[in-house]
Ligand binder design. Structure first.
Ligand SMILES: NC(=O)c1ccc[n+]([C@@H]2O[C@H](COP(=O)([O-])OP(=O)(O)OC[C@H]3O[C@@H](n4cnc5c(N)ncnc54)[C@H](O)[C@@H]3O)[C@@H](O)[C@H]2O)c1
Length: 327
């Protein structure tokens, strides 16, 4: 029993490109006793576990990897959801969303009863919408359900600004906020290098054209990588592993994460303090007038998708019941 309490585990649902890369990152930078991979594709799952296991025999492996069931995953300290269907050619976003919601709903049914202490980290797309529905389907407190949101986009932003300013990315404080998708925006008014506002630190460069170029890059980076290699995995693997560390180490780090915004009626990314109990609190941010408008437009778009999905779900008895269970 004592040993049981000392164990820390991270369950990863989905052993595809993102799930396996996250598992590899967690094995290379150990923060928990065990990583449990879950996937209905048994052959793929076993192969991933064996391949990942081979990376742990070098002598410094503190973390074990194994295949598990949804039921076991539901008892983990952190449950990371990378499980999702890929978009078919010509498939609408709503139809993809419906398929991913069916997967999400079946995951919660299979994990039930989920540990009341579990922290859910959504990675699968559309991450803000799935985070919204995971809140409802899991029955967990709002603070324990979060999505990676724009943390990857923000990491890309830090990388570009660091190159431009010739400083370490860790000295850049700049966030992409809103949707992990088309309507995201950069909170330029709050960006700084060290304690110097970006408008002073990069005064020569900070033209509208420069900002638009950067926004286009952070918004489109994933599409370009997917077009060339079929997925993005390393960046998100690293970002998700860092978020797991902030949670397990109760580090109270501030990051832009997707979580429920009461005043906006949807999940989207805003700065939050993250620790052992998930989202500990929102970190207030003062946006300028234009950014505030962009945030509202972004929330409006997400609410419209949620409303569309909710209408569709009413026609699907199983999903409707799953959603009503914790209403
Ligand atoms: N949020 C981000 O910044 C970000 C970045 C990259 C990718 N993603 C998203 O992550 C998701 C995964 O991407 P990928 O490239 O790994 O896809 P993938 O198709 O390689 O892997 C998905 C895996 O999920 C599995 N799965 C399906 N149903 C399941 C269930 N009920 N339980 C457990 N596993 C199940 C599938 O069998 C598959 O192996 C996608 O939705 C992708 O868009 C998000």
């Amino acid at each position: 029993m004592a040993e049981q309490r000392l164990k820390t585990s991270i369950a990863i649902l989905g052993s595809g490109d993102v799930g396996a890369t996250l598992a590899y990152t967690l094995l290379q930078n150990p923060i928990c006793s065990e990583v449990i991979l879950v996937d209905p594709k048994r052959e793929l799952l076993e192969a991933q576990v064996r391949d990942l296991g081979d990376a742990t025999y070098g002598g410094r492996a503190a973390t074990k990897i194994r295949a598990g069931t949804h039921q076991e995953a539901g008892q983990a300290d952190i449950v990371v959801i990378t499980a999702g269907a890929k978009q078919k050619p010509d498939e609408s976003r709503l139809s993809l969303l419906r398929r991913n919601l069916q997967i999400l709903s079946s995951i919660f049914t299979s994990m039930s009863p989920i540990s009341p202490h579990a922290i859910l980290l959504l990675v699968a797309n559309p991450v803000d919408i799935l985070t919204y529905f995971a809140r409802k389907l899991s029955g967990l407190p709002e603070s324990q359900v979060l999505g990676t949101g724009t943390s990857l986009d923000s990491a890309r932003l830090r990388g570009i600004l660091a190159q431009k300013a010739q400083v370490s990315p860790s000295s850049i404080d700049a966030y992409v906020l809103g949707e992990h998708g088309e309507s995201q925006f950069v909170a330029w008014s709050n960006a700084s290098i060290g304690s110097t506002p970006l408008r002073l630190a990069l005064s020569q460069h900070l033209t509208d054209e420069f900002k638009t170029d950067i926004e286009t890059h952070t918004r489109g980076a994933a599409g370009a990588i997917i077009a060339a290699k079929g997925c993005t995995a390393y960046g998100i693997g690293n970002v998700a592993a860092s978020i797991c560390k902030y949670i397990l180490f109760d580090s109270r780090t501030v990051r832009p994460l997707s979580f429920y915004q009461t005043s906006l009626g949807c999940c989207l990314s805003m700065p939050a303090v993250i620790g052992r109990k998930g989202i500990l609190r929102a970190m207030p941010i003062q946006l300028d007038g234009d950014e505030q408008k962009l945030l509202e437009v972004c929330a409006e778009g997400l609410r419209a998708v949620i409303e569309g999905a909710e209408k569709e779900l009413k026609a699907d008895d199983e999903l409707r019941h799953a959603l009503e269970k914790h209403a």
